[in-house]
Ligand binder design. Structure first.
Ligand SMILES: C[S@@+](CC[C@H](N)C(=O)[O-])C[C@H]1O[C@@H](n2cnc3c(N)ncnc32)[C@H](O)[C@@H]1O
Length: 273
């Protein structure tokens, strides 16, 4: 069940007009996971960049908020040992199904703000701008946990929207999108509501065909922070990491994504410290 209050006003109005009521569903649980797969599964963005980082890393890889394994799967196929963590057992179930009993893959249901794995990693990666799922307190916890899991000279890398894509996150939007499905393309309504003076956004998806039916309509929801790479770079430095390298990620859809890459810059810790 999704958190209460994640339905945008635009979606509420659309539902009201047909006498329907929303049934909130977190994008990353239950039926949300199948939709996420359909929406994002074919997206190859970031894969080339993450594989390049992995080639330069001498040791295992930690894929944080790995979800259904969009990045994990190519990493494992390239011969890397990968631990995939995600808060959603449903998302990880997709990944486990894609690579059943793979000797190079460990899937762990865990919160990226609070995890303890018995291994350190040469590369810790967070794709798909998933760091924006966390508020400031959550990001502090994440940085501390990443630090504890980085091998000496380990690399921490994550993506965030840049340029025009970042700008599009701060304006409300309501549009129809086509989503591939087993029975062909389906039309969904996408709704983005900007909150906290542009610092957060709520996103909703619902099947257009469900609107005509009235009754209860499943609305997939997520809530995200709006962050740019400068803010995140400052946070990294404050948390003891080196000033990150910032590089563009090329996507065929023309989205602007930037990759931040850093290492631990503070004093080295003793084992288990
Ligand atoms: C945008 S998806 C990214 C999935 C995958 N990395 C990709 O590139 O497609 C975000 C993922 O973050 C997970 N997630 C959300 N909050 C989390 C948390 N606090 N800790 C770990 N994972 C979390 C969700 O379950 C979801 O699978």
């Amino acid at each position: 069940m999704g958190m209460p209050g994640l339905i945008t006003e635009a979606v509420r109005e659309r539902l009201d007009r047909v006498g329907a009521v929303p049934r909130e569903q977190d994008l990353y649980d239950g039926a949300g996971t199948d939709f996420y797969e359909r929406l994002v599964g074919p997206d190859r963005a970031e894969i080339r960049e993450v594989l390049a980082l992995a080639r330069g890393a001498d040791g295992p890889v930690l894929d944080v908020a790995a979800g259904s394994g969009r990045l994990t799967i190519p990493l494992v196929r390239s011969g890397r040992r990968v631990t995939a963590i995600d808060l959603s057992a449903d998302m990880l179930a997709h990944l486990r199904r894609a690579l059943p009993d793979h000797p190079l893959l460990d899937c762990v249901v865990a919160d990226m703000r609070d995890f303890s794995l018995k291994r350190r990693f040469a590369l810790v990666v967070i794709g798909a701008t998933s760091i924006t799922l966390l508020d400031r307190g959550g990001r502090s916890l994440l940085y501390a946990n990443v630090r504890r899991h980085l091998a000496v000279d380990g690399v921490f890398a994550f993506t965030v929207a840049g340029g025009a894509s970042a700008a599009s996150l701060t304006v409300p939007r309501d549009q129809e999108i086509k989503v591939p499905g087993p029975g062909g393309e389906e039309t969904y309504l996408f709704s983005q509501q900007v909150e906290e003076g542009g610092q957060a956004r709520i996103v909703n998806w619902l099947r257009a065909a469900d609107l005509a039916d009235g009754g209860e309509v499943t609305v997939l929801t997520s809530r995200l922070r709006v962050l740019d790479h400068k803010v995140l770079a400052r946070e990294l430095v404050d948390a003891g990491f080196a000033e990150p390298a910032v590089s563009p990620v090329r996507t065929h859809r023309g989205d602007d994504i930037v990759l931040l890459t850093t290492t631990w810059a503070g004093p080295s810790e003793s084992e288990g410290g």
